[in-house]
Design a protein around this ligand. Structure first.
Ligand SMILES: NC(=O)c1ccc[n+]([C@@H]2O[C@H](COP(=O)([O-])OP(=O)(O)OC[C@H]3O[C@@H](n4cnc5c(N)ncnc54)[C@H](O)[C@@H]3O)[C@@H](O)[C@H]2O)c1
Ligand SMILES: [Zn+2]
Length: 354
């Protein structure tokens, strides 16, 4: 039984969240239509989990692509490499791609699946906190362009998402904490009770308590699934998921991708969005302090890089995909558990908080 279902009519799919799922042979085969499978992964994840997954797919003709690690590899060059591999190995339209890894692998594999022969099936097998709570659910797929992150992509949903909590055991602490920024985001943007639950469970989560991690990931996926089911292509409410991302993307772009992890930039971005809300009298200072404390508890940064001024931020923020009609749009928290999309933020207010 799936833990959750993302309800999108004909494009609905199950999300499985548990320990030991990589041992479950049937779970994988139930979501593979044809005989052929190509697993896309990277040099870090392959030695950890590739053979395990392959050993569960003995009834299929399986090959793999092992990309180098890192955000820089979410590129058109590697997209082409995947296309060439599939063509050379004569994968047909009934092949299934499996994305085994973090958000980088999930995004590029999803886009490859959307494009190869106009679309083949794919399964998300996310192995980082960030990809388990965010990028593997919802069907946003992309590669980066030198002129902008995620600038080339498609909305394309997987056939299933298989989240084995056990895979987090090997994740470096810094990556774990970066993923926690997206977890905290769900609490701030729309779920006060979840925010309190996180405040109450900080040490057990950091200690890797599997029951708590499963519950945490399920609550995040449920939140994302609800939002995506209401707004698949981000015409409205889905934009709330970008809380902290307008500032965060600017930090990532300015500092060079990889120097600040995505989640770290989002953590600081959420603090800046909170400061913006306080400056506009939309949020109580005491609530901003609680947000900062929770972020800090996971060793995430609260302050933008000292070298970055207001102009550096606005230069990047003008390119944001959320902007409409030349106006900067921000998601701002109006309370813990409530947020709004605003496009009435003045340059003076920005200058004040940056
Ligand atoms: N599609 C979406 O909706 C969406 C949402 C948020 C973020 N993203 C994208 O996700 C990407 C970031 O994802 P990420 O944070 O998972 O980064 P990532 O994929 O780079 O993974 C982080 C690091 O952890 C390693 N790793 C992965 N699983 C591991 C494991 N189980 N054990 C040990 N090491 C492991 C990776 O090799 C990498 O070095 C960005 O490209 C971002 O744009 C997409
Ligand atoms: Zn994010």
């Amino acid at each position: 039984m799936p833990t959750l279902n993302l309800d999108l009519g004909a494009r609905s799919y199950p999300i499985y969240i548990d320990s030991g799922l990589f041992e479950n042979e049937k779970l994988f085969s139930d979501h593979i239509r044809g005989k052929r499978v190509c697993i896309v992964t990277n040099t870090i994840v392959a030695p950890l989990y590739l053979e395990k997954i392959k050993s569960k797919l003995t009834n299929f003709d399986v090959d793999e692509i092992i990309l180098p690690d890192g955000e820089a590899e979410k590129s058109l060059a590697n997209f082409e490499r995947i296309m060439s591999h599939l063509l050379k190995n004569e994968h047909g339209r009934d092949t299934t791609l499996i994305a085994l890894g973090g958000g980088v692998i999930g995004d590029i594999t999803g886009f490859a699946a959307a494009s190869y022969q106009r679309g083949v099936d794919f399964i998300q097998v996310p192995t980082t906190v960030l990809s388990q709570v965010d990028s593997s659910v919802g069907g946003k797929t992309a590669v980066n362009h030198p002129l902008g992150k995620n600038m080339i992509g498609a909305f394309y949903q997987p056939k299933a998402v298989i989240i084995d909590i056990d895979s987090l055991v090997t994740l470096p602490v810094r990556e774990f904490n970066a993923g926690m920024a997206e977890v905290i985001k769900y609490g701030i943007l729309g779920d006060y009770d979840f925010f309190v639950w996180l405040e109450n469970n900080i040490s057990s989560i950091k200690a890797g308590d599997k029951t708590l991690l499963a519950e945490m990931i399920e609550r995040c996926c449920q939140c994302k699934a609800d939002i995506v089911a209401n707004d698949e292509t981000e015409a409205g409410v889905r934009a709330l998921l970008n809380l902290g991302h307008t500032f965060g993307h600017a930090i990532e772009a300015e500092q060079g991708y990889g120097n600040w992890l995505h989640g770290e930039a989002v953590a600081t971005g959420m603090v800046l969005a909170g400061k913006l809300a306080v400056a506009m009298n939309l949020l109580e200072v005491s609530e901003l302090c609680r947000i900062e404390s929770l972020i800090e508890a996971f060793d995430l940064p609260l302050q933008a890089p000292e070298t970055m001024g207001c102009d550096d931020f606005t230069r990047h923020m003008r390119r944001d995909k959320k902007n409409i009609g030349g106006k900067l749009r921000f998601i701002v928290p109006t309370a813990i558990g409530k947020s709004e999309i605003r496009d009435d933020i003045t340059q003076e207010t920005l200058q004040q908080i940056l």
